[in-house]
Ligand binder design. Structure first.
Ligand code: ZN
Length: 203
């Protein structure tokens, strides 16, 4: 399986990092070794002094698709979850300044926290999913998918022009504003429509 991630999909987050608002989805990937599931702790790696949390809605692909027709895109996903896209921001800034790829800053082991999944049918409104990240019992990020620059449907259609989407692939759909640095001992809880989805302790 692969993890396709979308960068800068919320205007307020693009602005907080002084990035331009994209005119087409910005895509990068993480390998399957980036997955961190079952509420396992995250061990802070030594290669970074500034790892940021980014809470994101995660969409699970339900069947294989290439060049997905926008009229049928809803058939290609039926479950959503919540995750953290851990990002070594210091390394990313260095790589960006050199014009190098981001993988070392974004795709390292356990950089993709993923919760359990819930059926899209259980959501009050599939086109406006509310979520938040709580750090040490304080809300640090609040998001709603209605604020995405590119909707879930648009992202799947677009990504499938370049990469065949396969059953079980995950799409990280971008983070709202409020990202910040993690410290050893921090505890992160992710909520989707007020339901606790994951709990991740930094060790
Ligand atoms: Zn992200």
């Amino acid at each position: 399986m692969k993890i396709i991630c979308i960068g800068r999909n919320y205007i307020d987050h693009a602005k907080e990092l002084n990035n331009d608002v994209p005119t087409s989805p910005m895509i990068f990937m993480k390998p399957s070794t980036a997955l961190l599931v079952d509420n396992k702790p995250f061990y802070h790696p030594e290669f970074s002094k500034k790892i940021h949390y980014e809470v994101e809605i995660v969409v699970k692909i339900a069947k294989n698709g290439k060049h997905i027709d926008p009229a049928f895109v809803e058939q290609y996903y039926d479950e959503v979850g919540l995750g953290i896209d851990f990002t070594a921001r210091d390394l990313q800034d260095e790589l960006k300044s050199k014009g190098h790829p981001w993988e070392m800053a974004k795709a390292f082991d356990h950089s993709a926290v993923v919760s359990h999944f819930i059926s899209v049918k259980e959501l009050p409104n599939k086109d406006n999913i509310n979520f938040q990240l709580i750090k040490n019992e304080q809300v640090v990020q609040i998001g709603a998918t209605k604020d995405m620059i590119f909707s879930i449907d648009t992202l799947l259609v677009y990504a499938s022009k370049f990469f065949t989407l396969q059953k079980g692939d995950l799409i990280f759909t971008g983070t709202p504003a409020g990202v910040g640095k993690i410290e050893v001992g921090d505890n992160f809880v992710g909520k989707l429509e007020n339901k606790e989805m994951f709990n991740c302790l930094v060790k």
